[in-house]
Design a protein. Structure first.
Length: 572
């Protein structure tokens, strides 16, 4: 079984090209499909799954293809058995057990008499033993829904599996169960992911960039080593080509200077020879000079062409380099205190979202959660039993825990975004520093405003020049800073969100981040790590992404359990 792409292209109705003449083969084994946001990874999976028609070219699959989309659309009133795709078979078995001799029931069962046991086995293998086949889908958390949909695919045993960001919204335990299932899969598997631990399990990496697809043998680490070697060679080629351009330009200038000197000497000598002879010499000199200039310009053009070709092999992988001295917090200074969490409290009805990129100057505020979770992972929580949480100086606190424990709810409470203080009883949140809050959806930009205008809205006292200088360090230079937010690519949008968060006035000395790497490509995740390495304030981050948490230098690890207890833990 293989999936073969032949001259596959896809363009949107507005003419924007996403994929161009891709030819490749996905063979048995695990292939990690990577690329920056907006490069077309999800589009490619949808085409292979038959959910989208290519503009041209073809896809050939030698068997059934199973597909897990990034964003599941589920019937919340349906049962788990329906989501697993086994409801008709179970109904037929029940009818036969009740005495039915209808041939249609036997045909529906086929050889799947043990389908209920198989379903429970897969649910248990993925940590869902507590989920009943008759339970409504609406009672599942976002992570549980993803794992149930995966169980449905594993039950079907298609020859090929396509998984689009399968670990989004999964807690650490669920991720590890998924890793084990992925390792055991015997067929073709293509995985779109930014999860480094998952990509460490693949046999091949397919890099989708510049509308083209390149295949590399080995896992993510092997791919990065090969890419680094390629980029080092490309950089050397660019350096050599740029030096050639400079040399050819320098040679042209030297030639022009010599010609000007000869012209002066010729004019000085013209009075001592007959006019007709002087005229002939002048014309000959002009022709020679013209030919010499044409040759020099042609050599410069050739050198520039070689430079352009060399630059095509060099990725635009610029790093964010910023200085944020205003975010510094002295060691020992208390920036956040949460009291009264030893009394259990429950989420209430969802409240409308408040603008997320806020800055405040501290003060006591009742804070709480509505239980809502934009990413769908923390909506049935019971948070409490933490007597006091104190964050001091530039501490970096990771808040981990299983899906449904209430991490998002607690983080929104820390930001003071939800509900009346009375609903929390004795709980109080005191922030003694300007803060910024980043929700899972990264939806803090005004789509109708430019990047400059979005940053000025959170830093109204800053001049336009100061804002532009700050944006340049986030790779928004010149006209790029004047792009309307609604037209930004995924990577550009992420950098604009970071700029709006970190360039706010007053500078945030406390950051509250909710699953910040969800849906980020690896380049954006690296840029986030780089930006946070320059950040000098306190940080509380909810995340299941262990490599990311390690990269930003977490100093304290907390685990929020489903019981509501928050405990200090050893590094994961």
């Amino acid at each position: 079984m293989s999936i073969v792409l032949s001259d596959l292209s896809f363009s949107y109705p507005d003419g924007r090209v996403v994929l161009s003449k891709l030819s490749a083969s996905f063979n048995p084994g695990r292939t990690g499909l990577i690329g920056v946001n907006g490069s077309g990874k999800s589009t490619l999976l949808r085409i292979v799954a038959g959910a989208l028609r290519p503009t041209s070219g073809s896809v050939t699959a030698g068997g059934e293809v199973g597909y897990l989309p990034q964003n599941l659309t589920l019937d919340t009133g349906a049962t788990v058995a329906s989501l697993l795709g086994i409801a008709p078979v179970l109904a037929a078995i029940r009818a036969i057990e009740g005495g039915s001799v209808d041939q249609a029931a036997f045909d529906a069962v086929g050889d799947d008499w043990d389908i209920e046991d198989q379903a429970r086995q897969w649910l248990g293998r993925l940590g869902l033993a507590h989920v009943g086949l008759g339970d409504p889908v609406g009672r599942l958390s976002g992570g549980e829904a993803v794992l149930t949909a995966l169980s449905a695919l594993f039950l079907r045993r298609p020859e090929a599996l396509l998984l689009d960001e399968p670990t989004n919204n999964l807690d650490l335990d669920a991720r590890r169960r998924l890793y084990a299932a992925v390792e055991a899969w015997p067929g073709v598997m293509v995985i779109v992911s930014h999860d480094r631990e998952l990509l460490a399990l693949v046999d091949h990496v397919a890099d989708l960039s510049g509308h083209s697809l390149r295949l590399y043998g080995g896992n993510l680490e092997a791919y990065e080593e090969m890419l680094a070697t390629e980029q080092a060679a490309a950089l050397r080629a660019v350096t050599v080509a740029a030096a050639d351009v400079r040399r050819e330009k320098r040679d042209l200038v030297e030639t022009q200077v010599k010609q000007a000197r000869r012209d002066r000497q010729g004019r000085a000598a013209a009075g001592s020879i007959p006019r007709i002879v002087a005229g002939g010499l002048k014309r000959a000199a002009e022709v020679s000079a013209g030919k010499g200039r044409e040759v020099a310009l042609a050599r410069i053009a050739d050198a520039k062409e070689r430079l352009a070709e060399a630059e095509e092999g060099l990725r635009d992988d610029a790093a964010i380099r910023i200085s944020l001295p205003g975010t510094a917090v002295p060691a020992g200074r208390t920036v956040l205190t949460v009291r009264g969490l030893d009394v259990p409290w429950a989420p209430w009805q969802s409240q409308p979202d408040v603008p997320a990129a806020g800055s405040g100057n501290g003060g006591d505020s009742g804070g709480g959660g509505d239980g809502s979770d934009p990413g769908g992972s923390d909506d049935l929580a019971d948070v409490g039993r933490l007597a006091e949480l104190v964050v001091r100086g530039p501490e970096r606190v990771a808040l981990t825990g299983p899906n449904g424990a209430g991490k998002t709810t607690l983080l929104r409470a820390l930001a003071g975004l939800d509900g009346p203080a009375a609903a929390l009883g004795a709980v109080s949140v005191h922030r003694n520093a300007a803060f910024g809050y980043l929700p899972q959806r990264l939806d803090i930009l005004d789509e109708a405003l430019t990047v400059v205008e979005n940053v000025r809205s959170v830093a109204p006292r800053a001049s336009v020049n100061a804002v532009r200088a700050g944006l340049a360090r986030f790779l928004f230079r010149g006209a790029r800073a004047d792009q309307v937010a609604g037209t930004l690519s995924g990577g550009e949008r992420f950098r604009a969100v970071l700029a709006a968060l970190l360039l706010a006035d007053p500078p945030p000395q406390l950051l509250l981040l909710d699953e910040p790497t969800n849906n980020l490509d690896m380049a954006s995740a690296r840029q986030l790590s780089e930006a946070l390495s320059c950040y000098q304030g306190a940080l509380v981050v909810v995340s299941h992404d262990v490599p990311f948490l390690r990269s930003i230098g977490i100093t304290r690890w907390l685990c929020l359990e489903r019981s509501g207890r928050v405990a200090d833990t050893d590094p994961l």
